[in-house]
Ligand binder design. Structure first.
Ligand code: SF4
Length: 356
């Protein structure tokens, strides 16, 4: 999969664009000024593999809280700001690693200059985030709505303001709440500039529709080489966003983090409770970061083949199962033992992976 060449920037020490691995990010949904709750959520996000975290900065209290949050996490922190340049200055002074603010919405040029000067001094990249739901009124009128073309023009307008001030540490997002518009907008933009792109389908919904829309939208773009960092947007615990983000990247072979699970859909041949077994295994694999392929198969028709190809796997029988490790049969065991024996093998593989 050939990725489009973009410029590289750094959020703290993390590279984005210019051939760096596609990074997974999310956003906290705690009150940012509730430092304890925000730090706890950031820790949960980091444990799931989140690499950049954005916090909402709707007021000065939130901007000030970044200083305390900064001391309690190593994740790169991006301050999400709308309209008020003073919040950007305060968030920068508090130690954030990046700003998400649209320069065209700040107001007087003198204020934009102040924000750019601080960003430059502190090495903070600025993300321009165009959202189809809050596009400028004149563009909406001219294009007859929040079309992909209107979104791109909005983004390039914000870019031009920063470029005029000699600032190029920019990444851009162009999010709409539907897949076709999101994909069309990113395709257009990626032909117009080489700034790194933050991709995602915004306000994608709850878990089921959100996963489908995000996988399609982000997946289509990544498959075309578009996208340097991503956020899956779900009306859920943001930890779920990170998990889905990695599943998308793993499915496309762009990143490898944690186990890859192969499981059959079950059919009339299944003679064990595969749904429960899979649920239990998935839960217990959440804390595993080693890239282990695990097969959970219902019977001896396709089961042994998949289980043999995986690092570890089970193929079910009548109230029992066969455990495979690296293509070899390890043992037969009762259905109620399967999860534990499988996880014991996973633990051995993980230890081997950690020491190599
Ligand atoms: Fe059915 Fe066996 Fe295939 Fe599972 S592996 S779907 S149980 S044939």
């Amino acid at each position: 999969m050939k990725r489009r060449q973009t410029r590289r920037l750094y959020i703290a020490d993390l590279a984005v664009g210019g051939g760096a691995p596609v990074t997974v990010q999310s956003m906290t949904n705690t009150l940012t000024e509730d430092v304890a709750a925000t730090v706890a959520q950031i820790a949960a996000l980091a444990a799931a593999g989140c690499e950049i975290v954005r916090v909402a900065v709707p007021g000065m209290e939130a901007a000030g809280a970044i200083e305390k949050i900064r001391r309690q996490t190593t994740l790169p922190l991006v301050a999400d700001i709308h309209f008020d340049y003073r919040l950007a200055l305060a968030a920068a002074a508090s130690g954030c690693d990046g700003l998400r603010i649209n320069p065209g919405n700040i107001g007087a040029e003198v204020h934009v200059r102040e924000v750019v000067a601080v960003a430059r001094d502190r090495g903070l990249p600025i993300r321009i985030g165009v959202n189809g739901g809050s596009l400028e009124k004149d563009l909406m009128a001219r294009y007859g709505g929040a079309t992909p073309e209107a979104m791109v023009e909005s983004a390039l307008g914000h870019v031009a303001i920063l470029e005029k001030l000699g600032f190029g540490d920019i990444k851009i997002s162009l999010k709409a709440s539907d897949v076709p518009r999101t994909v069309a907008a990113y395709r257009l933009l990626s032909n117009r500039c080489d700034y790194p792109l933050h991709v995602g389908v915004t306000e994608a919904g709850g878990l089921f529709p959100g996963v489908v829309k995000s996988s399609l939208g982000i997946g289509m773009l990544l498959a075309e080489g578009i996208g340097d960092t991503l956020r899956v947007s779900l009306t859920r615990d943001p930890v779920e966003e990170v998990r889905v983000g990695y599943e998308i990247l793993k499915s496309l072979g762009l990143r490898q983090r944690g186990p890859d699970i192969v499981s059959c859909p079950t059919c009339g041949r299944t003679r064990i409770d595969l749904f429960s077994i899979l649920d239990a295994v998935e839960k217990r694999l959440l804390s595993v970061t080693a890239p282990i392929r695990v097969a959970i198969m219902g019977c001896v028709v396709n089961g042994p083949g998949e289980a043999r190809e995986a690092d570890v796997g089970i193929a079910g029988g009548m109230g029992k199962g066969i455990l495979f490790r690296k293509g070899e049969v390890v043992r037969k065991c009762r259905e109620d033992e399967l999860v534990d024996v499988l996880m014991a093998e996973v633990a051995i593989l993980e230890e081997e992976w950690c020491t190599t």
